[in-house]
Design a protein around this ligand. Structure first.
Ligand code: IDP
Ligand code: MG
Length: 160
């Protein structure tokens, strides 16, 4: 009974992770996917995509008053990105930890940005900052039918 109750309290979240154009150009796609895969999260959506300007602006709308906004939109639309949806208990906060601080020089070694990047404006990867934004961003970047529900064979070896 108690394990079932505890399992019910462990909410499954989803997060939107994106390899930015610099990550794609630098050949880091496999490395970045691998970090989330090895941790034990479930991949539910994946595509290579050239982002149009209006989508980039919608995705980053909370930052549209920032001085760097035009350059951010230019950066995100400058080449293909890899769009991913990942699912799991605590996946939003855990993915942010795996990614590291926005400024790669402040990101801890062992994190994606800490290991693979040197500048905020070229920080190789995006991750949603809340479960609500995870849902919002997945709905923004993926069409219906592009998200797969499936049960990984490793599940009983990841969670008791
Ligand atoms: P996050 O990606 O760590 O969540 P946010 O503050 O949400 O960081 O900013 C979104 C993205 O905007 C950053 O990942 C980075 O690419 C870019 N950005 C943020 N601050 C700056 C800045 O001061 N200069 C240039 N680009 C920035
Ligand atoms: Mg953010």
């Amino acid at each position: 009974f108690l394990p079932h109750l505890m399992a019910a309290l462990e909410q499954v979240d989803e997060t939107y992770i994106m390899v930015k154009p610099d990550g794609v150009q630098r050949g880091l796609v496999g490395e970045i996917i691998s970090r989330f895969e090895k941790k034990g999260f479930k991949l539910t959506g994946l595509k290579l995509f050239q982002c149009p300007k209006d989508l980039a602006e919608e995705h980053y709308k909370d930052l549209n008053a920032k001085p760097f906004f035009p350059k951010l939109i230019e950066y995100i639309t400058s080449g293909p990105v890899v769009c991913m949806a990942w699912e799991g208990v605590g996946v939003v906060a855990s993915a942010r930890k795996l990614i590291g601080s926005t400024n790669p020089l402040q990101a801890e070694p062992g994190t994606i940005r800490g290991d693979l990047a040197v500048q905020t404006g070229r920080n190789v990867v995006h991750g949603s900052d809340s479960p609500e934004n995870g849902k919002r961003e997945i709905a923004l970047w993926f069409k219906e039918g592009e998200i797969c529900q499936w049960t990984p064979a490793q599940e009983p070896w990841l969670r008791e």
